[in-house]
Design a protein around this ligand. Structure first.
Ligand SMILES: CC(=O)N[C@H]1[C@@H](OP(=O)(O)OP(=O)(O)OC[C@H]2O[C@@H](n3ccc(=O)[nH]c3=O)[C@H](O)[C@@H]2O)O[C@H](CO)[C@@H](O)[C@@H]1O
Ligand SMILES: C=C(OP(=O)(O)O)C(=O)O
Length: 435
């Protein structure tokens, strides 16, 4: 288990280039399974989860060719369907969340799909009902081996259907869309998730020959086509990494420019940071954040304490709430953080409390932060990263803190942030990787 040793209290200054989006990559990397033709994808982030998915695809028989850094050609000509029942497959597929999205394309193209209980962050219950309800609505037969936690679906032929998803699941929508693109007739998916990740997936599928309309809304119409072909697709910059960098700049009093952020795909994110009092400017397609001595949390119009809560897109993504929480600890004023989707994502606040932050964990979903207004800095401590976003939040806290901090289990951070210590050290941070 590797760790970071962080010497905090140093303001950073310079430019950061966001990586390609992790959660988009995990979706669009599964789409080449829908065709025997070559699919080129660029801006693929070099992070643990994405590399695990690429290795899994290779083990399944997909030919993967590196064109240059971040750009790969995928060709799923000969897929080894027997491999999908092997122990090696179960082990690899269970090690990340994104692997679940191979099921939809496999079902669409080969009439069968398998997956063990997928991994990913332990941030609360993460059920898969939406995925399998969608597949069965298209005519698939579903089986769950509870002893082995192994899910399988089979169908001789998929038929378009009207599907009202039980919740706007991000990976669930992606999976059902990929299952439906070659089904006979028309599929309507209502209560579809519509994050930029999904918009990108649908646009990519259309350039492969699919016929999807309603992209960006919560109602997708998919006219089934006979086959799909190759395409070129570029992954958007990672909006969660961009939000993490905004929080980092504010917390460490740093002047940072985040380059080429694709503003039109950031939705409500910049405004949520602005409500914490953080100044940020749009400069072309960059975000400029000036060094700020202090920032004051807004209240609601009636003067009551601001609540920041997550919601499916176009609401505020749950993946940035941990960052918002850590940034609020040094703000002037108070706010309530309400993590509605996941019930175990706020427990990392005990580490921030140990560092000197003022936080009351009201219940597993809600925490009240009483900002310190920089009256004192956080203290460096030794801690363990419980999940990817809490890990980065602790890293931001440690960079702002006085003295040395140690974060263990940084594999969690490496799951989603490419070469983070190198990029932050380049603009003045002091982060050392140990072990
Ligand atoms: C690989 C990947 O892309 N992971 C992302 C994906 O996970 P994932 O696709 O697994 O998450 P889902 O969208 O399925 O749901 C996340 C959680 O929110 C709950 N839920 C969902 C929708 C809803 O309307 N109400 C509700 O309560 C679900 O029950 C579940 O507990 O989306 C999550 C929600 O944005 C993100 O945190 C993850 O980073
Ligand atoms: C929860 C996340 O990832 P995963 O779904 O891969 O666990 C995340 O990216 O914040």
């Amino acid at each position: 288990m590797a760790s970071f040793e962080i010497y905090g209290g140093k303001p950073l200054k310079g430019e950061l280039i966001p990586q390609g989006a992790k959660n988009e990559a995990l979706q669009v990397l599964c789409a080449p399974l829908l065709t025997a033709e070559k699919v080129t994808i660029s801006n693929i982030p070099d992070i643990i989860d994405v590399n695990k998915l690429i290795n899994l695809l290779q083990a399944m028989g997909v030919k993967v060719e590196k064109v240059e850094t971040g750009t790969f050609i995928f060709q799923a000509k000969d897929i080894d369907l027997d491999y999908l029942k092997s122990e090696d497959f179960k082990k690899r597929a269970a090690s990340l969340r994104g692997s679940i999205m191979i099921v939809g394309p496999l079902l669409a193209r080969f009439g069968q799909g398998f997956i063990p209980k997928p991994g990913g962050d332990k941030i609360g219950r993460r059920r898969l009902d939406t995925h399998f309800e969608g597949f069965t609505a298209l005519g698939a037969k579903f089986n769950y081996d509870a002893g082995e936690h192994f899910y399988s679906v089979e169908a001789k032929k998929l038929k378009g259907a009207y599907i009202h998803l039980d919740e706007a699941s991000v990976t669930g929508t992606a999976n059902v869309v990929m299952a439906a693109v070659m089904a006979e007739g028309t599929t309507t998916i209502y209560n579809a998730a519509c994050e930029p990740y999904l918009q990108q997936l649908c646009k990519m599928l259309n350039s492969m020959g699919a016929n999807i309309t309603g992209i960006g809304s919560n109602m997708l119409h998919i006219k089934g086509v006979k086959t799909l072909g190759g395409c070129f697709h570029r992954i958007l910059p990672d909006m969660i990494e961009i939000g993490s960098f905004i929080g980092l700049a504010a917390m460490t009093k740093s002047e940072i420019t985040i380059k080429d952020v694709s503003w039109e795909n950031l939705g409500i994110i910049p405004n949520v940071f602005r409500r914490l009092g953080i100044k940020l400017e749009r400069r072309g397609d960059d975000i400029y954040i000036p060094a700020q001595e202090s920032y004051e949390i807004d209240t609601f119009i009636d003067g009551s304490i601001l609540t920041i809560a997550d919601a499916p897109w176009p609401g505020f993504t749950p993946d940035l709430l941990s960052i918002i929480l850590v940034v609020a600890t040094q703000a002037k004023g108070s706010c309530l953080i309400h993590q509605k989707m996941f019930e175990s994502r706020l427990f990392f606040v005990d580490k921030l409390i140990d560092m000197g932050a003022q936080i009351i964990l009201c219940d597993p979903h809600r925490a009240t932060v009483i900002g310190l207004d920089r009256k004192h800095a956080l203290r460096g401590i030794s801690m363990t990263s419980p999940d990817i976003r809490a890990g980065v939040s602790l890293l931001i806290a440690a960079l702002s803190a006085e003295g040395k901090s140690v974060i263990h289990n940084i594999e969690q951070i490496d799951r989603g942030y490419q070469n983070i210590e190198y990029r932050l050290n380049n603009i003045g941070a002091d982060i050392r990787r140990i072990g």
